[in-house]
Write a protein that binds this ligand. Structure first.
Ligand code: CTP
Ligand code: CA
Length: 224
């Protein structure tokens, strides 16, 4: 019922969200991933939908139910997330990158399970950097309003300000990890061109609704 009475601040807006970790295969049974429950991204998808938006959620491997009336696209790797997001981005008004994208992937996944060879020497796994999905969307000529996230273990404000500038996004949301990973509560630090503001400790859905309200105030009304 509370959901039903959320103000329709995003009516007519199309919102694209990435959430969860990515998984980069090493071989058929192993891979590299990040800590991320996906809870914050899924809560934002729910809050944006409640606020009247059409929501597309591109999710890495997580065990969470799809919020009602949200279009969900499941992916595994950063490349798959990139390839799902890029063709959709220009047709959205807002892009919110909450995903914990793996920064590197093995150059190629082995087709067969790597076996210990008895030498005691671990295999050398050559890695390459993954594309920066948020920065790529922020560079599009037809870019949506872009919101980045940063989980930092220390110097949150400075890192959030640096990331905002580096990725050329108007709004960067910081949170302190790993203390918040998988938890149901969090606190967020909003960094924009005017400065910064804290959304104090609360459950993730409450924070998601506050963040959606903040984003709505920053959007120009849709012209379509
Ligand atoms: N991001 C992304 N694609 C990547 C890496 C990050 O879209 N390949 C997005 C994240 O979803 C997040 C923001 O960029 O919104 C910041 O991610 P973060 O990992 O904190 O930044 P990095 O640039 O990867 O810097 P580092 O991990 O070195 O701190
Ligand atoms: Ca990273």
């Amino acid at each position: 019922l509370i959901a039903f009475f959320q103000p329709k601040r995003l009516a007519g807006q199309r919102v694209l969200i990435t959430a969860g970790p990515t998984f980069e295969a090493i071989d058929p049974v192993r891979g590299i991933t990040n800590h991320s429950s996906g809870k914050m991204g899924f809560a934002i998808a729910r809050a944006a939908q409640e606020a009247g938006a059409q929501v597309t959620l591109v999710a890495g491997p997580v065990h969470l139910p799809t919020p009602a009336h949200v279009r969900r696209i499941d992916v595994q790797s950063a490349l798959q997330m990139h390839d799902a997001v890029m063709p959709l981005a220009a047709a959205h008004d807002v892009f919110i990158a909450t995903a914990a994208v793996a920064d590197w992937r093995p150059v190629a996944a082995a087709e067969q399970k790597l076996k210990k060879d008895g030498s005691g020497c671990p295999p050398a796994i050559e890695m390459v950097e993954n594309p920066d999905i948020l920065a790529a969307v922020a560079r599009l000529p037809q870019r949506p309003y872009c919101v980045g996230f940063a989980a930092e273990s220390h110097d949150l404000l400075r890192h959030a300000q640096d990331k905002r500038a580096r990725k050329q996004v108007p709004l960067l949301v910081g949170n302190l990890g790993p203390a918040t990973f998988g938890q149901d509560t969090n606190a967020l630090l909003l960094v924009d061109e005017h400065g910064h503001r804290e959304l104090p400790q609360a459950d993730k859905l409450t924070l998601a609704r506050q963040l959606v309200a903040e984003i709505a105030t920053r959007l120009t009304p849709p012209t379509r």
